[in-house]
Structures are given as structure tokens and as C-alpha cells.
Write a protein that binds this ligand. Structure first.
Ligand SMILES: Nc1nc2c(ncn2[C@@H]2O[C@H](COP(=O)(O)OP(=O)(O)O)[C@@H](O)[C@H]2O)c(=O)[nH]1
Ligand SMILES: [Mg+2]
Length: 388
């Protein structure tokens, strides 16, 4: 087992499409094959984790799609992000985020509608608590310099910091603002990741809502924001259809075939758009509880089948209880503090049993989830890897 210098670190990278999230991740991780966008296409359509090692720690950077995605609706993007955050937090080992890098180009002449909307979604996803581990990161300073726009960029930075509808409320709640100055591309990006590595893992508001409160997506804060917009657009389309129908009656009365045909086409377009809106509503109203229960049950079944098989193999090995305890104790210095404490508790519990009831196999079954198979193997505990 690699002797990591601390617990694993998970950092999400968020921001509008084209802000430079994938570029940032590529720079830090030096991983090949990360899709970088050009012009207006959106490359990151899925939530995607990228793993690497930094300062002896296992770090995962999670690339996310922006809410201004050119090919997908807000409901689809939110579903994608929510599913990932839900699944990773709901299931063991209940992963949380240590921090979030929120990327913003300093070259945007002003905060566009899409930037503000994306920021609103970001606030809704995070909620109140985790702002301490948010780094509001500005990039494209290299471009600002080369275009002679550096002073303008600094003014923009001040505006982002001070304005109530930009970052000021986030900063007031503990978010920090940093520059990712691409003149020292990798070093700067690594410093940003480092600044978040010490932070304790936090649960995002959307994770609390979905997992702890078992809400449907539409009933979460972020889901509600998307749904309000979906409902507004639905109303607009329906009003258009009413208008088209009455205009059609007039065209029929006037026997104007050309106008009638154009209106027919228009009607079809709006009906298609309404169909798309319904799909978005279905996504938001989807009853997740059933699905997550089913997944949980499947995982539990798999686990107990695995446990039964393992227990059988272990008992067939007729291990000596005292010998296993001695090996575990001799090696405990290699474990993290909390693993050591939990392991000792299991040993003490088993020692309280009458000597006939003490089982090395059962003890191993208890210790296994705490430290993993590889570690037990490294401790010299005879272990059944094959066939399980
Ligand atoms: N000049 C400059 N270009 C950048 C910077 N960051 C990203 N880009 C460019 O911006 C475009 C979009 O970047 P990408 O990483 O795909 O954005 P994403 O949609 O947020 O993942 C690409 O053409 C990048 O090369 C930066 O700091 N400086
Ligand atoms: Mg991307």
C-alpha cells in the first residue's frame, strides 16, 4: 500500500463552459486526453474525476459541465451533477468534497447572463456551509497582459469582489479569491489545489437535500431554480401556441394557404419544444428514492454474498486467534490513528468472548473493512485472495 501522507483529497472544478476548467485540470494533473474546448462547443458534458498524486496525497479533481452548455439543458446538466454528488455521498465510503475551484475568465468584458446564471446555480448547489473551501479563481491574465488589458482586468477583479450580485456575498461567507496567472501555468494551478488540500471535507447543500432529506431533485434549492425557469418557458410556449391557433383560424377563414402552412410549421416547432420541456420536467421530478434503494439493496446483497464466501474460506484456514492478534498489534504503527483505534476496539471486543468463541476469521472480517485486503496481506496475515 502506498504510504500516503494524508487522507485522499477531492476537489470539484466548476464554472461556465469555456472558462478553462478542463485546461486547469490538464495543467495540474499532466494527464493526457482531457478534452479542451474551442470556440463555442462544450467539451465537458459529463462529470468526470481525474486522479493524480500531489505532495504524497491522492488527489481527485472533478471536472463538471457548465450550466451554459450549448448542447444540453440546465435540467440535464443539473441532473448529471446531482447524480454524481448523490451517488458518491450516499454510498460507502460516503465521499465528500474538500473544496471547489470556481473558474472565471478575467477577460469576459462583463458578467454575461450565462455567467450570472451559472453563479446562481453554484450558490444553490453549495448552500451556506462550504464557502470556506471555495476558491474563486480568475484566469486568462496572460491574455489580458498580451492584449494590453491588464488594468481593465484588475478593475474587473475589483468588481467581482465588491459587487453584491457577483462574488461579494460568497467572500463574505468565507470564499477566497485567487488568480491563476497562466504565466507560471502549472505552478500556479498546483498552488490553488494545495490551498484546498488542508480543508476538511464538507457536504454540499444539494447532497444534504438529496441524501439526508431524500428530496426529489425538483424540491432541492438548485432543482427549484431550474424548475422555475422551465415553468416560465413552458408558459411562454403555451401562450405562443394559443396565438398560433387563433391566427390559424383567421388564415383558414381567409383561405390563405401560404400563411396557414407557415403557421402549421410554427405550431409543430412549438409542440416539439414543449415535448423537450416535458422531458426536462420528468428529469427534475424523477423519484430517485426507488432507484437509490434498489442500488443499495443490490450492493448489500453483493456484499453479504462476498462476506459469506470469505468467512467460509477464512474458517477453512483454521487461523490461530492469538497469532492473528499478535500480527495486527505488531503492525499497527503502519495504520492511521483512527484505523488503529477502531482495530483495537474490535480486538478488545473479541477478547471479551470466551476462548472457545474467539474466532480469528471473524476478527479478520471486522478488521477488513477498516484497512482493506492489501494491508492485511502486507501484515502477513494468511489471506484468501483467490476465488472470492
Ligand atoms: N489564454 C488563455 N486561454 C485559456 C486559459 N484557460 C483556458 N483557456 C482556453 O479557453 C478555451 C476553453 O477552455 P476549456 O478548458 O475547454 O474550458 P471548460 O469548458 O471550462 O473546460 C480553450 O481554448 C483554452 O485553451 C488561460 O488561462 N489563458
Ligand atoms: Mg471542459
Amino acid at each position: 500500500m502506498p504510504p500516503y501522507a494524508g487522507p485522499p483529497v477531492r476537489i470539484a472544478v466548476m464554472g461556465v463552459t469555456g472558462s478553462g476548467k478542463s485546461t486547469f485540470i490538464e495543467q495540474v494533473t499532466r494527464l493526457q486526453g482531457i478534452k479542451i474546448g474551442h470556440q463555442y462547443e462544450s467539451c465537458t458534458t459529463d462529470v468526470e474525476p481525474f486522479e493524480f498524486e500531489l505532495d504524497g496525497r491522492h488527489v481527485t479533481l472533478i471536472d463538471t459541465p457548465g450550466f451554459n452548455d450549448s448542447s444540453r439543458s440546465e435540467a440535464e446538466v443539473l441532473t448529471e451533477i446531482a447524480n454524481y454528488l448523490d451517488f458518491t455521498y450516499r454510498n460507502p465510503p460516503h465521499l465528500k468534497l474538500n473544496g471547489i475551484v470556481y473558474m472565471q475568465s478575467i477577460q469576459d468584458p462583463r458578467m454575461y447572463g450565462s455567467s450570472l446564471r451559472n453563479l446562481k446555480m453554484f450558490k444553490d448547489l453549495c448552500g451556506e456551509s462550504p464557502m470556506k473551501s471555495v476558491l474563486l479563481t480568475t484566469n486568462r491574465w496572460d491574455k489580458a497582459r498580451s492584449c494590453g488589458d491588464f488594468d481593465k482586468a484588475v478593475a474587473k477583479e475589483t468588481e467581482l469582489r465588491d459587487k453584491a450580485n457577483f462574488w461579494q456575498p460568497l467572500i463574505a461567507r468565507g470564499a477566497r479569491m485567487v488568480r491563476w496567472d497562466s504565466d507560471d501555468t502549472r505552478a500556479g494551478a498546483v498552488e490553488i489545489v494545495r490551498a484546498l488540500m488542508g480543508a476538511a471535507p464538507e457536504v454540499l447543500q444539494i447532497q444534504r437535500e438529496l441524501v439526508e432529506q431524500e428530496k426529489r431533485l425538483v424540491d432541492t434549492t438548485a432543482g427549484n431554480t431550474v424548475n422555475e425557469e422551465v415553468l416560465r418557458v413552458e408558459k411562454e410556449y403555451q401562450a405562443e401556441l394559443v396565438k398560433i391557433r387563433s391566427e390559424m383560424q383567421e388564415a383558414v377563414a381567409a383561405r390563405d394557404e401560404e400563411v396557414k402552412e407557415a403557421l402549421e410549421q410554427s405550431k409543430k416547432d412549438y409542440e416539439r419544444k414543449l415535448g423537450k420541456i416535458r422531458e426536462e420536467q420528468d428529469l427534475l421530478h424523477y423519484e430517485r428514492r426507488n432507484e437509490t434503494r434498489r442500488m443499495q439493496n443490490e450492493m448489500d446483497d453483493l456484499r453479504s454474498a462476498y462476506d459469506r464466501k470469505l468467512e467460509k474460506q477464512l474458517s477453512a484456514q483454521k487461523l490461530d486467534f492469538d497469532e492473528v492478534v499478535a500480527k495486527l498489534t505488531a503492525n499497527q504503527g503502519k495504520l492511521r490513528h483512527e484505523q488503529r483505534v477502531a482495530m483495537q476496539a474490535e480486538i478488545d471486543k473479541m477478547k471479551k468472548e470466551k476462548s472457545g468463541k474467539r474466532s480469528a476469521g471473524q476478527l479478520i472480517m471486522k478488521i477488513l473493512p477498516l484497512v482493506g485486503t492489501v494491508v492485511l496481506g502486507a501484515f502477513g496475515i494468511p489471506f484468501a485472495f483467490g476465488g472470492v
